[in-house]
Ligand binder design. Structure first.
Ligand SMILES: Nc1ncnc2c1ncn2[C@@H]1O[C@H](COP(=O)(O)OP(=O)(O)OP(=O)(O)O)[C@@H](O)[C@H]1O
Length: 329
Protein backbone atom coordinates (compact mmCIF):
# COMPACT_ATOMS: atom_id res chain seq x y z
CA UNK A 1 0.00 0.00 0.00
CA UNK A 2 1.39 3.41 -0.92
CA UNK A 3 1.45 6.26 1.61
CA UNK A 4 -1.32 7.93 -0.37
CA UNK A 5 -3.60 4.92 -0.47
CA UNK A 6 -2.90 4.25 3.22
CA UNK A 7 -3.95 7.82 4.04
CA UNK A 8 -7.02 7.43 1.88
CA UNK A 9 -7.94 4.19 3.64
CA UNK A 10 -7.64 5.97 7.01
CA UNK A 11 -9.94 8.78 5.88
CA UNK A 12 -12.61 6.51 4.47
CA UNK A 13 -15.18 5.53 7.10
CA UNK A 14 -15.42 1.75 7.52
CA UNK A 15 -18.25 0.16 5.62
CA UNK A 16 -20.71 -1.84 7.66
CA UNK A 17 -21.98 -3.42 4.44
CA UNK A 18 -20.37 -3.53 1.05
CA UNK A 19 -21.55 -5.67 -1.81
CA UNK A 20 -20.40 -6.07 -5.37
CA UNK A 21 -22.30 -7.62 -8.24
CA UNK A 22 -24.94 -9.52 -6.24
CA UNK A 23 -27.09 -11.66 -8.46
CA UNK A 24 -29.95 -14.00 -7.73
CA UNK A 25 -32.42 -15.82 -9.97
CA UNK A 26 -35.24 -18.23 -9.25
CA UNK A 27 -35.54 -20.56 -12.24
CA UNK A 28 -35.45 -18.17 -15.20
CA UNK A 29 -36.66 -15.16 -13.20
CA UNK A 30 -33.85 -12.71 -12.47
CA UNK A 31 -34.57 -11.20 -9.05
CA UNK A 32 -31.27 -9.35 -8.47
CA UNK A 33 -29.35 -8.33 -11.54
CA UNK A 34 -25.94 -7.22 -10.21
CA UNK A 35 -26.28 -5.03 -7.14
CA UNK A 36 -23.46 -2.91 -5.65
CA UNK A 37 -23.98 -1.41 -2.19
CA UNK A 38 -21.82 0.50 0.28
CA UNK A 39 -23.16 1.42 3.68
CA UNK A 40 -20.89 3.44 6.02
CA UNK A 41 -20.94 2.29 9.65
CA UNK A 42 -23.23 4.22 11.98
CA UNK A 43 -25.61 5.41 9.26
CA UNK A 44 -29.13 4.60 8.09
CA UNK A 45 -29.35 3.18 4.59
CA UNK A 46 -32.70 2.72 2.88
CA UNK A 47 -33.31 0.33 0.02
CA UNK A 48 -36.42 1.79 -1.56
CA UNK A 49 -38.49 -0.03 -4.12
CA UNK A 50 -41.94 -1.21 -5.11
CA UNK A 51 -43.39 -4.67 -4.46
CA UNK A 52 -41.28 -7.40 -5.95
CA UNK A 53 -38.25 -5.18 -6.64
CA UNK A 54 -35.93 -7.57 -4.77
CA UNK A 55 -35.59 -5.80 -1.40
CA UNK A 56 -36.28 -8.83 0.79
CA UNK A 57 -34.03 -10.98 -1.37
CA UNK A 58 -31.19 -8.48 -0.83
CA UNK A 59 -31.70 -8.58 2.94
CA UNK A 60 -31.89 -12.38 2.88
CA UNK A 61 -28.56 -12.55 1.06
CA UNK A 62 -26.79 -9.98 3.25
CA UNK A 63 -28.04 -11.68 6.42
CA UNK A 64 -26.79 -15.12 5.20
CA UNK A 65 -30.29 -16.62 4.93
CA UNK A 66 -29.83 -17.40 1.25
CA UNK A 67 -26.80 -17.52 -1.04
CA UNK A 68 -26.37 -15.26 -4.05
CA UNK A 69 -25.73 -16.89 -7.45
CA UNK A 70 -22.87 -14.44 -8.01
CA UNK A 71 -21.19 -11.48 -6.40
CA UNK A 72 -19.53 -10.91 -3.07
CA UNK A 73 -20.20 -8.97 0.08
CA UNK A 74 -18.65 -8.02 3.39
CA UNK A 75 -20.89 -7.42 6.37
CA UNK A 76 -19.44 -6.10 9.65
CA UNK A 77 -15.97 -6.78 8.27
CA UNK A 78 -16.67 -10.46 7.54
CA UNK A 79 -16.81 -12.05 4.13
CA UNK A 80 -20.35 -13.30 3.54
CA UNK A 81 -19.28 -16.54 1.88
CA UNK A 82 -16.18 -17.26 3.98
CA UNK A 83 -17.33 -16.19 7.44
CA UNK A 84 -21.13 -16.40 7.58
CA UNK A 85 -20.91 -17.18 11.33
CA UNK A 86 -19.04 -13.91 11.91
CA UNK A 87 -21.72 -12.05 9.96
CA UNK A 88 -24.51 -13.71 11.93
CA UNK A 89 -22.92 -12.83 15.27
CA UNK A 90 -22.76 -9.14 14.34
CA UNK A 91 -26.22 -8.59 12.87
CA UNK A 92 -29.86 -8.55 13.84
CA UNK A 93 -32.71 -9.08 11.40
CA UNK A 94 -36.28 -7.93 11.86
CA UNK A 95 -38.54 -9.19 9.13
CA UNK A 96 -41.90 -8.31 7.69
CA UNK A 97 -43.34 -11.27 9.53
CA UNK A 98 -42.43 -10.94 13.16
CA UNK A 99 -40.44 -13.75 14.70
CA UNK A 100 -42.39 -13.42 17.94
CA UNK A 101 -44.25 -16.37 19.44
CA UNK A 102 -47.89 -15.36 19.96
CA UNK A 103 -48.51 -17.89 22.71
CA UNK A 104 -45.74 -16.50 24.92
CA UNK A 105 -45.71 -13.18 26.78
CA UNK A 106 -43.43 -10.33 25.68
CA UNK A 107 -41.09 -11.07 28.56
CA UNK A 108 -40.98 -14.80 27.77
CA UNK A 109 -40.20 -14.05 24.12
CA UNK A 110 -37.28 -11.84 25.15
CA UNK A 111 -35.95 -14.35 27.70
CA UNK A 112 -36.20 -17.11 25.12
CA UNK A 113 -34.18 -14.99 22.69
CA UNK A 114 -31.58 -14.36 25.42
CA UNK A 115 -31.32 -18.13 25.93
CA UNK A 116 -30.91 -18.69 22.19
CA UNK A 117 -28.10 -16.12 22.24
CA UNK A 118 -26.49 -18.09 25.13
CA UNK A 119 -26.57 -15.14 27.49
CA UNK A 120 -26.08 -15.97 31.19
CA UNK A 121 -29.50 -16.00 32.88
CA UNK A 122 -28.87 -12.86 34.98
CA UNK A 123 -27.68 -10.90 31.94
CA UNK A 124 -30.70 -12.12 29.96
CA UNK A 125 -33.06 -10.88 32.66
CA UNK A 126 -31.23 -7.54 32.87
CA UNK A 127 -31.41 -6.94 29.11
CA UNK A 128 -35.03 -8.08 28.95
CA UNK A 129 -36.07 -5.60 31.66
CA UNK A 130 -34.08 -2.80 30.00
CA UNK A 131 -35.60 -3.43 26.57
CA UNK A 132 -39.17 -3.72 27.90
CA UNK A 133 -38.69 -0.34 29.52
CA UNK A 134 -37.05 1.27 26.49
CA UNK A 135 -39.85 0.12 24.19
CA UNK A 136 -42.56 1.05 26.70
CA UNK A 137 -43.72 -2.55 26.94
CA UNK A 138 -43.27 -2.96 30.70
CA UNK A 139 -46.97 -2.84 31.45
CA UNK A 140 -47.76 -5.40 28.78
CA UNK A 141 -44.74 -7.56 29.61
CA UNK A 142 -46.72 -10.40 31.16
CA UNK A 143 -49.53 -10.47 28.63
CA UNK A 144 -49.56 -12.96 25.75
CA UNK A 145 -48.41 -11.42 22.48
CA UNK A 146 -51.67 -12.58 20.83
CA UNK A 147 -53.33 -9.63 22.60
CA UNK A 148 -50.82 -7.08 21.19
CA UNK A 149 -51.50 -4.48 18.51
CA UNK A 150 -49.44 -4.52 15.31
CA UNK A 151 -47.28 -1.66 16.59
CA UNK A 152 -46.54 -3.42 19.90
CA UNK A 153 -45.65 -6.59 18.05
CA UNK A 154 -43.19 -4.72 15.81
CA UNK A 155 -41.60 -3.10 18.83
CA UNK A 156 -41.24 -6.48 20.53
CA UNK A 157 -39.76 -7.97 17.35
CA UNK A 158 -37.14 -5.22 17.26
CA UNK A 159 -36.47 -5.58 20.99
CA UNK A 160 -35.84 -9.30 20.43
CA UNK A 161 -33.32 -8.43 17.75
CA UNK A 162 -31.55 -6.08 20.17
CA UNK A 163 -31.09 -8.77 22.84
CA UNK A 164 -28.01 -9.91 20.93
CA UNK A 165 -26.57 -6.34 20.87
CA UNK A 166 -26.10 -6.32 17.09
CA UNK A 167 -23.82 -3.81 15.34
CA UNK A 168 -25.87 -3.87 12.17
CA UNK A 169 -29.63 -4.21 12.05
CA UNK A 170 -31.57 -5.21 8.96
CA UNK A 171 -35.14 -3.96 9.09
CA UNK A 172 -37.27 -5.38 6.32
CA UNK A 173 -40.20 -2.99 5.85
CA UNK A 174 -40.33 -2.07 9.55
CA UNK A 175 -43.54 -0.04 9.37
CA UNK A 176 -45.58 -1.72 6.65
CA UNK A 177 -49.15 -2.05 7.91
CA UNK A 178 -48.69 0.25 10.89
CA UNK A 179 -50.92 3.25 11.53
CA UNK A 180 -49.30 6.72 11.26
CA UNK A 181 -48.79 7.08 15.01
CA UNK A 182 -47.10 3.67 15.42
CA UNK A 183 -45.01 4.44 12.35
CA UNK A 184 -43.72 7.63 13.95
CA UNK A 185 -42.93 5.78 17.20
CA UNK A 186 -40.94 3.24 15.21
CA UNK A 187 -39.06 6.05 13.43
CA UNK A 188 -38.12 7.57 16.80
CA UNK A 189 -36.84 4.20 18.00
CA UNK A 190 -34.79 3.72 14.86
CA UNK A 191 -33.28 7.22 15.13
CA UNK A 192 -32.44 6.54 18.78
CA UNK A 193 -30.64 3.30 17.91
CA UNK A 194 -28.30 5.17 15.60
CA UNK A 195 -27.84 8.29 17.73
CA UNK A 196 -27.42 6.59 21.11
CA UNK A 197 -25.99 3.22 20.22
CA UNK A 198 -24.07 3.88 17.01
CA UNK A 199 -25.59 0.93 15.17
CA UNK A 200 -25.90 0.76 11.42
CA UNK A 201 -29.42 0.38 10.05
CA UNK A 202 -30.12 -1.23 6.69
CA UNK A 203 -33.81 -0.84 6.05
CA UNK A 204 -36.05 -1.68 3.16
CA UNK A 205 -39.15 0.32 2.54
CA UNK A 206 -41.85 1.04 0.00
CA UNK A 207 -42.52 4.38 1.64
CA UNK A 208 -40.83 7.40 0.13
CA UNK A 209 -41.51 9.43 3.23
CA UNK A 210 -39.88 6.81 5.44
CA UNK A 211 -36.69 6.86 3.38
CA UNK A 212 -36.75 10.67 3.35
CA UNK A 213 -37.25 10.86 7.13
CA UNK A 214 -34.75 8.25 8.25
CA UNK A 215 -32.07 7.53 5.72
CA UNK A 216 -28.66 9.13 5.31
CA UNK A 217 -28.50 7.47 1.91
CA UNK A 218 -31.15 5.91 -0.27
CA UNK A 219 -30.79 3.38 -3.05
CA UNK A 220 -33.72 2.95 -5.41
CA UNK A 221 -34.23 -0.66 -6.49
CA UNK A 222 -36.42 -1.44 -9.45
CA UNK A 223 -36.84 -4.88 -11.04
CA UNK A 224 -33.62 -6.17 -9.50
CA UNK A 225 -31.43 -3.22 -10.52
CA UNK A 226 -30.31 -0.12 -8.63
CA UNK A 227 -31.56 2.83 -10.62
CA UNK A 228 -30.20 5.58 -8.34
CA UNK A 229 -28.31 6.10 -5.10
CA UNK A 230 -27.64 9.16 -2.96
CA UNK A 231 -28.98 11.35 -0.20
CA UNK A 232 -32.64 12.35 -0.41
CA UNK A 233 -31.54 15.80 -1.59
CA UNK A 234 -29.20 14.37 -4.23
CA UNK A 235 -31.97 12.18 -5.56
CA UNK A 236 -34.40 15.10 -5.66
CA UNK A 237 -31.87 17.08 -7.69
CA UNK A 238 -31.92 14.36 -10.35
CA UNK A 239 -35.42 15.37 -11.19
CA UNK A 240 -36.23 18.55 -13.04
CA UNK A 241 -39.38 20.45 -12.24
CA UNK A 242 -38.38 22.69 -9.33
CA UNK A 243 -39.75 26.17 -9.79
CA UNK A 244 -40.87 29.39 -8.15
CA UNK A 245 -44.43 30.41 -9.00
CA UNK A 246 -45.43 34.07 -8.84
CA UNK A 247 -49.03 35.19 -9.04
CA UNK A 248 -49.87 38.79 -9.92
CA UNK A 249 -52.93 40.92 -9.30
CA UNK A 250 -53.03 42.33 -12.83
CA UNK A 251 -51.74 41.65 -16.35
CA UNK A 252 -49.46 44.71 -16.49
CA UNK A 253 -47.47 43.53 -13.46
CA UNK A 254 -47.18 40.05 -14.98
CA UNK A 255 -45.86 41.50 -18.26
CA UNK A 256 -43.32 43.67 -16.44
CA UNK A 257 -42.04 40.75 -14.39
CA UNK A 258 -41.98 38.42 -17.41
CA UNK A 259 -39.59 40.80 -19.23
CA UNK A 260 -37.05 40.30 -16.41
CA UNK A 261 -37.14 36.50 -16.30
CA UNK A 262 -36.15 35.14 -19.69
CA UNK A 263 -36.61 31.44 -18.89
CA UNK A 264 -39.96 31.86 -17.16
CA UNK A 265 -43.23 30.43 -18.44
CA UNK A 266 -46.11 32.89 -18.39
CA UNK A 267 -49.76 32.02 -17.92
CA UNK A 268 -51.81 35.14 -18.80
CA UNK A 269 -55.09 33.53 -17.75
CA UNK A 270 -53.90 32.59 -14.29
CA UNK A 271 -51.69 35.72 -14.10
CA UNK A 272 -48.78 33.50 -13.03
CA UNK A 273 -45.12 33.25 -13.88
CA UNK A 274 -43.27 29.97 -13.41
CA UNK A 275 -39.51 30.45 -12.98
CA UNK A 276 -37.28 27.33 -13.09
CA UNK A 277 -35.40 27.10 -9.79
CA UNK A 278 -33.69 24.63 -7.47
CA UNK A 279 -35.71 26.14 -4.61
CA UNK A 280 -32.58 27.20 -2.68
CA UNK A 281 -32.48 30.39 -0.58
CA UNK A 282 -29.89 32.19 -2.82
CA UNK A 283 -31.98 31.67 -5.97
CA UNK A 284 -35.11 32.76 -4.12
CA UNK A 285 -33.29 35.88 -2.93
CA UNK A 286 -32.12 36.60 -6.50
CA UNK A 287 -35.71 36.41 -7.77
CA UNK A 288 -36.89 38.79 -5.03
CA UNK A 289 -34.04 41.21 -5.87
CA UNK A 290 -35.04 41.27 -9.55
CA UNK A 291 -38.68 41.95 -8.59
CA UNK A 292 -37.55 44.75 -6.26
CA UNK A 293 -35.40 46.33 -8.98
CA UNK A 294 -38.31 46.13 -11.43
CA UNK A 295 -40.57 47.65 -8.77
CA UNK A 296 -43.14 44.95 -9.30
CA UNK A 297 -44.79 43.10 -6.47
CA UNK A 298 -46.43 39.68 -6.89
CA UNK A 299 -49.56 38.86 -4.99
CA UNK A 300 -48.15 35.49 -3.90
CA UNK A 301 -45.01 33.41 -4.24
CA UNK A 302 -44.73 29.63 -3.87
CA UNK A 303 -41.65 27.42 -4.12
CA UNK A 304 -42.04 23.94 -5.57
CA UNK A 305 -39.16 21.50 -5.07
CA UNK A 306 -39.38 17.99 -6.49
CA UNK A 307 -40.07 15.39 -3.81
CA UNK A 308 -39.18 11.72 -3.69
CA UNK A 309 -42.49 10.95 -5.40
CA UNK A 310 -41.23 12.82 -8.45
CA UNK A 311 -37.91 10.98 -8.23
CA UNK A 312 -39.61 7.63 -8.03
CA UNK A 313 -41.90 8.41 -10.91
CA UNK A 314 -39.02 9.53 -13.09
CA UNK A 315 -36.64 6.70 -12.21
CA UNK A 316 -38.97 3.74 -12.25
CA UNK A 317 -41.57 4.95 -14.68
CA UNK A 318 -44.31 4.21 -12.20
CA UNK A 319 -46.21 6.12 -9.56
CA UNK A 320 -45.70 6.20 -5.84
CA UNK A 321 -45.09 2.63 -4.69
CA UNK A 322 -47.21 3.16 -1.62
CA UNK A 323 -48.81 6.03 0.14
CA UNK A 324 -48.28 6.54 3.84
CA UNK A 325 -51.93 6.88 4.60
CA UNK A 326 -51.16 10.34 5.90
CA UNK A 327 -52.01 13.63 4.26
CA UNK A 328 -49.14 15.14 2.29
CA UNK A 329 -47.26 17.72 4.32
N1 LIG B 1 -38.05 -18.39 -3.01
C1 LIG B 1 -38.49 -17.80 -4.12
N2 LIG B 1 -38.83 -18.51 -5.20
C2 LIG B 1 -39.26 -17.94 -6.35
N3 LIG B 1 -39.38 -16.59 -6.51
C3 LIG B 1 -39.06 -15.82 -5.48
C4 LIG B 1 -38.60 -16.37 -4.23
N4 LIG B 1 -38.34 -15.33 -3.40
C5 LIG B 1 -38.63 -14.20 -4.08
N5 LIG B 1 -39.06 -14.48 -5.32
C6 LIG B 1 -39.46 -13.49 -6.35
O1 LIG B 1 -38.46 -12.51 -6.43
C7 LIG B 1 -39.03 -11.22 -6.64
C8 LIG B 1 -38.52 -10.25 -5.61
O2 LIG B 1 -38.99 -10.63 -4.34
P1 LIG B 1 -38.62 -9.84 -3.01
O3 LIG B 1 -39.42 -10.46 -1.90
O4 LIG B 1 -37.16 -9.76 -2.85
O5 LIG B 1 -39.20 -8.39 -3.36
P2 LIG B 1 -39.46 -7.17 -2.41
O6 LIG B 1 -38.86 -5.99 -3.08
O7 LIG B 1 -39.03 -7.48 -1.03
O8 LIG B 1 -41.04 -7.04 -2.46
P3 LIG B 1 -42.12 -6.82 -1.30
O9 LIG B 1 -42.13 -5.35 -1.03
O10 LIG B 1 -43.39 -7.28 -1.95
O11 LIG B 1 -41.72 -7.65 -0.13
C9 LIG B 1 -40.53 -11.42 -6.62
O12 LIG B 1 -40.99 -11.45 -7.95
C10 LIG B 1 -40.71 -12.77 -5.94
O13 LIG B 1 -41.86 -13.40 -6.43
Amino acid sequence: MTALSAAKARDTPPHAVSALGLRKSYDDKVVLDGIDLHVPAGTVFALLGPNGAGKTTTVEILSTLIKPDAGQARVAGHDLAGRPDGVRAAIGVTGQFAAVDNLLTAEENLLLMADLRHLPRREGRRRTAGLLQRFELTEAARKPVSTFSGGMRRKLDLAMTLIGDPKIIFLDEPTTGLDPRSRRTMWEIIRGLVADHGVTIFLTTQYLEEADQLADRIAVLDKGRLVAEGTADELKRLVPGGHIRLRFAEAAALETAARHFGAAARDPEELTLRIPSDGSIPTLRAVLDVLDDAAVRPESLTVHTPDLDDVFLTLTGQGTPATTGEPAR
